[in-house]
Ligand binder design. Sequence first.
Ligand code: FAD
Ligand code: NAI
Length: 465
Amino acid sequence: MQYNVTVIGSGPGGYVAAIRCAQLGFKTAIIEKYDTLGGTCLNVGCIPSKAMLDSSEHFINAKEHFKEHGIDIPEPKVNFTQMVKRKGDVVKANVDGIAFLMKKNKIDVHKGVGSFVDKNTIKVTAKDGKETTITTEKVIIATGSKPTPLPFAPFDKKRIISSTEALELKEVPKHLIVIGGGVIGMELGSVYARIGSKVTVVEFLDSLIPTMDGTMGKELQRSTKKLGIDFFLGHKVTSVFNDGKEVTVKAEAKDGKAIELKGDYCLVSIGRRPYTDGLGLDKVGIETVKGQIPVDDHLKTKVDNIYAIGDVVKGAMLAHKAEEEGVYVAERLAGQKPHVNYLLIPGVVYTWPEVASVGYTEEQLKSSGRAYKVGSFPYKALGRARASMDLDGLVKILADKQTDEILGVHIIGARAADMIAAGVTAMEFRASAEDVARMSHAHPTYMEAVREACLAATANRPIHL
Ligand code: FAD
Ligand code: NAI
């Protein structure tokens, strides 16, 4: 078995790299240790979490909003078994789709753990212990990441759980304690708060989703409070104990004041760490730094023919970032000159309201000393938002004070996840706030809020405010 390129790991980084390699004429193999392709994203990440978010959103709409729209139905009930089953069906359709794409592109799939023998030889060990050896000119490592445990309370996968178990529960928790108010904590916390769990979020920093623009975290807290979620921000968790029936979480505020929470499940969502176990990196002389595989600006490791992409290297742990890098490396191998604009990788939190951002945050501009101006527009002033009753949220545009170039687009509100693509496009073409403000935006749409915020940023003259 000889290949031009072998990809280890079939997540969005790996499978996209493999497809692009095959498109470019390379004889390509992909190695995956799990039974299904698609990695974290398709199996236990993006896709199942969005399936649960959508189901729970339908439920809360039926329960709380249909009546006002003039739709009378009997009190809806959650059929959690069906909700989880549907999520499983959605995952299956997606992972089967990747298997189809591998076939279509004539990519050989090897199931098992891929481990370096030397820089051109990889051993694949299947579940039944059967070993296969592959020789290859180039290797792309795309082995992804795993949830980070608390150092003093490892996942027991029963009551102290990660996102993986939280997507596979057999019952709706009575009280879900979430440690970490980042992306996973807020998405999965929202799912369970909507379908009847009491949810309490304990976050170390003073803001939710702290890597995003500060305004987004504040607004998200305000909106998700309406679901009944309780927040303990600025709290350091000191112990987590599962007595078999109940989890007790102790935490401390900055002033030393202690809290104690008791719940039936504790979701630990304090970040993810790169995954390289079993890869045999020592056989090729690669050493990880803080768990990550070090790469140069072209995603090449210190070994000439070995590249690494996605969650296992530096940068945002996002599916679309991994995909960009997969395409980048494939095209480099083909002698092309691709480019990834890391500033313009958008970030989205799929709560409701959704949060979506691209470019610099206000905090980053402040600390870099760059002169900027801000334009904001609230959803509640939009005709479209009133029609749908999705009034929570705002658009915030950051633009250079002198040139008016858009430096950041931050949206919290209905459909923000899809709207952010317009921000990426504008910034990729280095549009000014005035450029966007002078473009016709269909009425009535949520995108009008982006235009109005650009009007506010460029000349402080929004029309509808
Ligand atoms: P992964 O998807 O982690 O894939 C790595 C693959 O490599 C795995 O299948 C693993 O089994 C395999 N592997 C590892 N070692 C070996 C080996 N030695 N041999 C063979 N195979 C191996 N991102 C978004 O952009 N949008 C979202 O909405 C989103 N939602 C998420 C929700 C949750 C709950 C989680 C946990 C993550 C979410 N993410 C989301 C993040 C996203 O899933 C990751 O950024 C993305 O999957 C990274 O892709 P990757 O290809 O680098 O690695
Ligand atoms: P995260 O980095 O988004 O959030 C972790 C949060 O935990 C932070 O707010 C951090 O301050 C807090 N924290 C850290 N240590 C803590 C402690 N000891 N006690 C209390 N709080 C603590 O990480 P998360 O939510 O686990 O997600 C992991 C990754 O998965 C993210 O980096 C994200 O890129 C990706 N992801 C992306 C999604 C999306 O794009 N919609 C959805 C889910 C995950």
